[in-house]
Design a protein around this ligand. Structure first.
Ligand code: ZN
Length: 211
């Protein structure tokens, strides 16, 4: 067992399972039917189910470094398989890409890639580099650049999503909505991109967007 904390967690979960036995039995026997696919960062500080209050069966989830969706045809089977399964076999209505502040994957774009010891990271985060390039060209002051790049990366990955026929066709038909979010580690707030206004707006009852 990795840690006693995890063992304690498993024990608590066994109690939770018994308390919600009907739900778990229903999911086991009737299968899953989530309407939302969440694509988030692997960062341990971004627990998507905790943030959203989701329970078993609510979310189909993909997490990777810097919440990246490689463009169609670039050979990354994992992400494409998730999209195909979610859209061809589940009653999906929404895809949310959720970035976050202080993202190590985005910060790594500021350093020279280590192509020897960390070749997978180096290659992977290149899928986010156009976001950094665009923000650099905007001439923002240094303190604003990270959040701006995190946001821009979310928008970039939404565009990458649309390079998959299965996504683009469903969005065009009006049966699938794409959403871009950023989770702020410092405040717990979530903001969403409003494609109509181009603004990032607070989600939920919070009164102002995260910093
Ligand atoms: Zn991250």
């Amino acid at each position: 067992m990795p840690t006693s904390k995890i063992l304690d967690g498993i024990n608590r979960f066994q109690d939770y399972y018994l308390e919600n036995a009907d739900l778990f039995q229903q999911l086991a026997e009737q299968g899953q039917s989530p309407e939302v696919l969440f694509i988030g960062c692997s960062d341990s500080r971004v627990p998507l189910e905790v943030i959203t209050g989701a329970g078993p069966g609510d979310l189909f989830i993909l997490r990777n470094v810097a919440n990246i969706v490689p463009p169609y045809g670039t050979g990354h089977m994992s992400v494409g398989a998730v999209l195909e399964y979610a859209l061809l076999h589940l009653p999906l209505r929404h895809i949310v890409i959720c970035g976050h502040t202080r993202c190590g994957g985005i910060e790594a774009l500021d350093r020279d890639p280590d192509w020897v010891r960390a070749s997978h990271i180096a290659r992977w985060i290149e899928h986010a580099r156009p976001a950094k390039t665009k923000i650099e060209a905007a001439g923002l002051e240094a303190s604003a650049r990270h959040l701006a790049t995190v946001r821009e990366n979310v928008l970039l990955q939404l565009e990458h999503l649309r390079s998959y026929d299965v996504v683009r066709e469903r969005e065009k038909a009006g049966s699938l909505a794409l959403h871009g979010w950023v989770y702020h580690l410092e405040t717990g707030r979530i903001e969403a991109y409003n494609s109509g206004t181009g603004a990032w707006e607070a989600v939920g009852t919070q009164t102002e967007p995260g910093r």
